[in-house]
Write a new protein. Structure first.
Length: 286
């Protein structure tokens, strides 16, 4: 097996311009985009009281949040699910009341974690609200598409290979092929890559990013129909390669990737927003 990983044209090209983000930015953006799914700006259910525990109300909105956290479809919640979630909220309230009586909420480590959770939730949902306010124009999407997709269209190759354990075996095979031996027949007989070997060494169509680096580099240096003059070493062994064909990849239509590009551009705007906040702030790291 010589394939390194599967990756689409869009992923490869877009990642070039979305790398190099700080850890904080990545975390903040992740929180913001996740929060978009359960944004605090979304209207919760009518906040009626559904239970009372020792004078403390449990509201419908708490039930909706509990349903979301439990991956229950609140809009189509069943009576049994509602009963179980309500019981869970009652039990949580009972335990909470006991914890507060015992002063557990005042323990420094607990108070610190509670503050961190509250701060994270507020910040993430506010950042989600900021993200929702960003507008991405069709012109911006088209410019990104032209620069990062159309101009970065790569090649795909179709090749055959024979994989053997030693360089000497590979050199001997190259000599045999140059003297008229049938490449496909040798692949079936000699290749340790049984998957392609059974097909005469045929690897089908692939991109440079799909192959291990030494193999990809060797392929890029061959002309159509050319046999590698020297064996190519990779972590899998020694390769004898022949390039059968090559073609330009066809970029995806703009409409099919428009939504993905819009998300990337919103992330870029969020990055700029965070850059601006950092630039205006007085920050001291200790």
């Amino acid at each position: 097996m010589i394939f390194s990983s599967n990756s689409t044209i869009m992923k490869r090209n877009m990642q070039k311009n979305t790398a190099k983000k700080s850890v904080f930015k990545k975390t903040a953006l992740g929180l913001a985009l996740s929060a978009l799914l359960i944004s605090s700006s979304a209207l919760l259910a009518e906040d009626k009281v559904i239970a009372n525990v020792n004078g403390e109300d449990i509201s419908e909105s708490q039930l909706e949040i509990a349903a979301t956290q439990s991956k229950v479809d609140y809009k189509n919640i069943t009576p049994e699910q509602r009963k179980l979630l309500t019981e869970a909220l009652v039990n949580r309230q009972l335990v909470l009341q006991e914890a507060i009586k015992a002063g557990f909420d005042k323990k420094p480590e607990v108070a610190a974690r509670v503050k961190a959770l509250i701060d994270s939730y507020i910040a993430a949902n506010y950042l989600a609200t900021v993200a929702e306010s960003f507008k991405v124009s069709d012109a911006e999407i088209k410019a990104f598409y032209d620069k990062n997709v159309l101009q970065n269209t790569s090649k795909e190759y179709r090749a055959r290979h024979i994989l053997v354990k030693t360089e000497a075996e590979a050199v001997a095979l190259i000599s045999q092929i140059e003297n008229g031996a049938d490449f496909s027949k040798l692949a079936k007989e000699k290749s340790t890559d049984t998957g392609s070997g059974s097909k005469g060494g045929d690897l089908g169509w692939f991109g440079e990013k799909d192959m291990v680096q030494p193999f990809a580099k060797a392929i890029a240096g061959l002309k159509k129909g050319e046999l590698s003059r020297k064996p190519v070493q990779s972590q899998f062994g020694w390769h004898v390669i022949i390039l059968d064909d090559e073609r330009k990849t066809t970029p995806p239509p703009l409409e099919s990737v428009k939504a993905e590009i819009e998300k990337i551009l919103i992330k870029e705007k969020l990055n700029q927003y965070l850059d601006d906040l950092n630039a205006k702030a007085k920050i001291t790291l200790k």
